[in-house]
Design a binder for this molecule. Structure first.
Ligand code: NI
Length: 187
């Protein structure tokens, strides 16, 4: 396993068309997934998509017990999700604060307030090629939508509706706190 360099916003690699995985249980796929977990965990991320380490495949991994970057988020099971499909289960959306491993450096983290569907069903394949589906809500649903977007060449700032709520984490901390108190947003 190797900690890979993260491709950051502005690099065209993040905006390429990604290919579906057609062969499972190959050394290349298993290596890619191991590297994605290793890289995500080294950076205290909660999810990562293959394009972020330069692989144009529809593979994402996510999940955590506890996250320093999202201290209020409930745990999400460690998941390998390949060739995903997402279906919202209602029209309801809520706002939450997001960051991204592709939009930070050691010194700087940018955050933005992003509306996402609150409840959805996702389906796809696990590392061994078994089909599975889950119905999820709230942070888990947000995380899946964020990672799914990476596979479509979209980053979270593309979805921010009010750009005043995009900025350096330290600068927007006060806004975040006041919103957390008023409406519970603040993933
Ligand atoms: Ni991201």
């Amino acid at each position: 396993m190797t900690v890979k360099q993260i491709i950051r916003m502005g690099n065209p690699i993040l905006y390429r068309q990604n290919q579906a995985v057609t062969e499972f249980n190959t050394p290349a796929l298993d290596q890619l997934i191991a590297d994605m977990f290793e890289t995500m965990e080294a950076l205290d991320g909660v999810g990562i998509a293959a394009p972020q380490i330069g692989e144009a495949l529809t593979v994402t991994v996510f999940g955590f017990e506890k996250s320093q970057r999202y201290p209020n988020a409930p745990p999400v099971p460690k998941t390998v999700l390949i060739n995903p499909v997402i279906e919202p289960l209602s029209e309801e959306k809520n706002d939450g604060w997001e960051g991204c491993l592709s939009i930070r450096s050691d010194e700087i983290t940018l955050r933005g307030l992003v509306p996402r569907y609150t409840k959805l069903r996702y389906s796809g394949y696990d590392q061994q090629g078994n089909f599975f589906q889950r119905e999820v809500a709230d942070f888990h649903a947000r995380l899946v939508q964020h990672e799914y977007d990476h596979l479509q060449g979209k980053l979270f700032p593309f979805r921010i509706e009010d750009m005043r709520y995009f900025g350096f984490e330290a600068e927007i901390a006060a806004i975040r706190e006041s919103m957390d108190r008023s409406n519970g947003a603040g993933t």
